[in-house]
Design a protein around this ligand. Structure first.
Ligand SMILES: [Ca+2]
Ligand SMILES: [Ca+2]
Length: 198
């Protein structure tokens, strides 16, 4: 979490810096920055954290919790392009608190602590890692196939969710987040000139 927030903060200060250098006055309004900072928690919380992973022990050359090996060992459980990474010792300490020198801790490598980097020939602690992932990974959406169960010959064309669910068990989620309707020829209701009841 700290990692992603720091990255954004860095980006924001970069923009300000660029503006200051290229012109004599700060073009960015205080209001815009306030909004950017205000929106940050929402933007951030729209992602999600994976579970914690601990695949290696420091007994070899170090504790290698690399993204590539974790992805291979846990298909579908980690996004391929995380937006943040967090590592803690099994007892819950950050690397800084544990006093370890960390070789890598980023969203492309994952986390690596090498024994040879540690002072006084001590080993790395044993770490577990987790990644934060973008909303597209956390809440994957999808469209069902198209359904056409009724004809307008009776009182109209009734493609109700309840009857479609009954006729197609397992093919539609019970609480869809969207619905789309088109005529069999592919027109929207507006284009077809129909008045829709619901
Ligand atoms: Ca480990
Ligand atoms: Ca129909």
């Amino acid at each position: 979490m700290a990692f992603a927030a720091a990255a954004v903060q860095f980006q924001l200060s970069n923009i300000v810096l660029q503006r200051t250098r290229s012109s004599s006055q700060l073009v960015f309004s205080k209001e815009a920055l306030k909004h950017a900072v205000h929106d940050l928690p929402d933007w951030y919380s729209s992602g999600c954290w994976t579970q914690w992973f601990d695949r290696d022990n420091p007994s070899g050359t170090g504790d290698w919790e690399t993204l590539s090996s974790l992805l291979k060992a846990n298909p579908g459980k980690i996004c391929t392009q995380p937006i943040g990474v967090e590592a803690k010792t099994l007892s819950g300490l950050t690397a800084a608190a544990a006093g370890d020198v960390i070789y890598r801790s980023d969203t492309t490598s994952g986390f690596i602590c090498r024994n040879k980097d540690q002072p006084k020939k001590k080993w790395c602690n044993d770490y577990r890692v987790r990644f934060s992932c973008p909303p597209s990974f956390c809440n994957p959406g999808c469209w069902t196939q198209w359904f056409d169960r009724d004809n307008p010959s009776g009182t109209g064309d009734w493609e109700t969710l309840s009857s479609l669910l009954k006729a197609n068990p397992g093919k539609i989620c019970t609480q869809p987040i969207g619905v789309e309707a088109k005529t069999l020829s592919g027109l929207t209701a507006a284009a077809a000139g129909d008045v829709i009841f619901k």
